[in-house]
Design a protein around this ligand. Structure first.
Ligand SMILES: Cc1cc2nc3c(=O)[nH]c(=O)nc-3n(C[C@H](O)[C@H](O)[C@H](O)COP(=O)(O)O)c2cc1C
Length: 184
């Protein structure tokens, strides 16, 4: 089996705490090599719980949070497919606008302009985020750029803030299946 490299970008939302057990380890079991990059806030959250070190153990690669020094080379391999999951409303908005003010956004913004690398984004948002006046334009811009957006009731029915049923989890298996579909 050929191993493909998955660039996983995580941002600071509920569900981030489960990415190792629910996304990274299952992806590795499906044959992916996983290289993780986190937004600064996501990095502090996972550092705080010790998950960041456990992710590095599981992937065998450093978790990128801060940008590299100009004298350093990238610690991650070339990536075959990117997944932004969980994607906060903030990270989706910045991505749509091309703002690259952290390592996670720098990586995906460049990938959007690179031909032949599929990008999948799972916005882990609530109904209030989706009513923000710029939201629809952000989603349209990303769709026009060819980004695979996992939105709608089949992936993530929207609830009001703090109105989600207890224990509501991300559709991890569907997300993993989508990676295989888009990356051929
Ligand atoms: C406990 C907690 C849970 C959060 N959950 C979400 C969420 O599910 N979705 C979301 O878009 N933002 C959520 N936020 C807000 C984001 O963390 C915040 O907008 C942050 O600036 C996102 O930064 P990032 O996109 O750089 O990771 C949450 C914040 C906290 C403190």
């Amino acid at each position: 089996m050929t191993t493909h490299a998955l660039g996983l970008i995580g941002s600071a939302t509920d569900g981030l705490e489960n990415i190792r057990t629910s996304l990274i380890e299952p992806a590795i079991a499906r044959g992916w090599r996983v290289a993780v990059t986190l937004t600064p806030t996501a990095g502090t959250w996972l550092e705080d719980t010790g998950e960041l070190a456990r992710i590095e153990d599981a992937t065998g690669l450093p978790c990128r949070v801060a940008p590299r020094m100009p004298r350093e080379t990238s610690p991650h391999p070339p990536i075959d497919c990117f997944l932004v999951c969980p994607a906060s409303a903030n990270t989706v908005a910045k991505l749509a606008l091309g703002l690259a003010d952290n390592q996670a956004l720098t990586t995906v913004c460049e990938a959007i302009g690179t031909q032949g690398v599929p990008i999948v984004v799972f916005p882990r948002i609530n109904a209030a985020h989706a009513r923000q006046p710029a939201w629809d334009a952000h989603i349209s811009a990303l769709e026009r750029a060819g980004v695979h957006l996992l939105t709608g009731d089949e992936y993530w029915p929207l609830h009001e803030p703090r109105g989600a049923p207890a224990g509501k989890d991300l559709p991890w298996t569907r997300i993993l299946d989508t990676l295989e579909e888009v990356s051929g």
